[in-house]
Design a protein around this ligand. Structure first.
Ligand code: DC
Length: 226
């Protein structure tokens, strides 16, 4: 099988990873893999079962009852399938985001999801975003980008996004949640959020989407000869 191209985009919540990755994937004709959605699906499952994301015994006992699938529709949109059910929309709440941050700290959960993420990258050219893509999931990724922005800018963007979707969002609450998630995601023992040594860091605080896309395209063009 010919070697596939993989572009890893890591960074904290709200740095603009998914918006950027989705756009780039469309332009380049690659698969977009949103790995946060995979952890959200796991969090959603345990939430339905009434098991706390910190309850390692409960998680260990019931994890075999869970099957997680990724499917792509004709438009290339990623759908999350939990035990045969499409939960793509259900997982997009702040509550599930928080629970995903906690459940993703459990080694048993990360272990279960590792091969599934790697398999997609073995079969397709991908743009994969998350927290540990460049460090753990795809350490040999063709291009690694670390997207970041100040917590305040990220909270502003997230508040706008949630409001646009018709969800209630209070800036101060969103900021607190983002700071809490940053702390959890960077301080866990297994695969914490951190920049890979060979990653290119891009601070998006002062850039708009077009600016970020242009900057990343330049980085990709230098590494990938199409
Ligand atoms: O990207 P997101 O906000 O949808 O991710 C939700 C949570 O999932 C995030 O706070 C931490 C976890 N996550 C992770 O641990 N590793 C990844 N590669 C992606 C997400």
């Amino acid at each position: 099988m010919e070697k596939k191209i993989s572009i890893a985009i890591d960074g904290p919540a709200g740095a603009g990873k998914s918006t950027i990755a989705r756009r780039l994937a469309k332009e380049l004709g690659y698969y977009y893999v949103d790995t946060g959605a995979i952890y959200r699906t796991v969090a959603y499952f345990f939430d339905l079962w009434g098991i706390s994301p910190k309850d390692i015994d409960g998680i260990t006992r019931y994890i075999d009852e869970l099957t997680v699938g990724i499917e792509y529709d004709e438009e290339g949109v990623q759908h999350m399938i939990m035990n045969g059910m499409d939960v793509t929309e259900d997982i997009r709440t702040q509550e599930i985001a928080q629970k995903a941050s906690l459940v993703s700290a459990q080694p048993i959960v990360r272990e279960m999801l590792l091969d599934m993420q790697r398999d997609v990258a073995k079969q397709h050219n991908v743009i994969m975003d998350g927290r540990d893509i460049g460090t753990v999931v795809l350490p040999k990724a063709t291009v690694k980008i670390f997207l970041t922005a100040s917590a305040e800018v990220r909270a502003q963007r997230r508040t706008k996004e949630l409001t646009a979707k018709g969800q209630k969002a209070d800036y101060n609450k969103v900021l607190k949640e983002i700071q809490q998630r940053d702390y959890q995601d960077t301080h866990r023992e297994v695969a914490p959020l951190k920049m890979a040594r060979d990653s290119v860091k891009l601070d998006t605080s002062e850039l708009d989407i077009e600016g970020v896309i242009a900057a990343i395209k330049e980085i990709i063009a230098k590494k990938v000869v199409q």
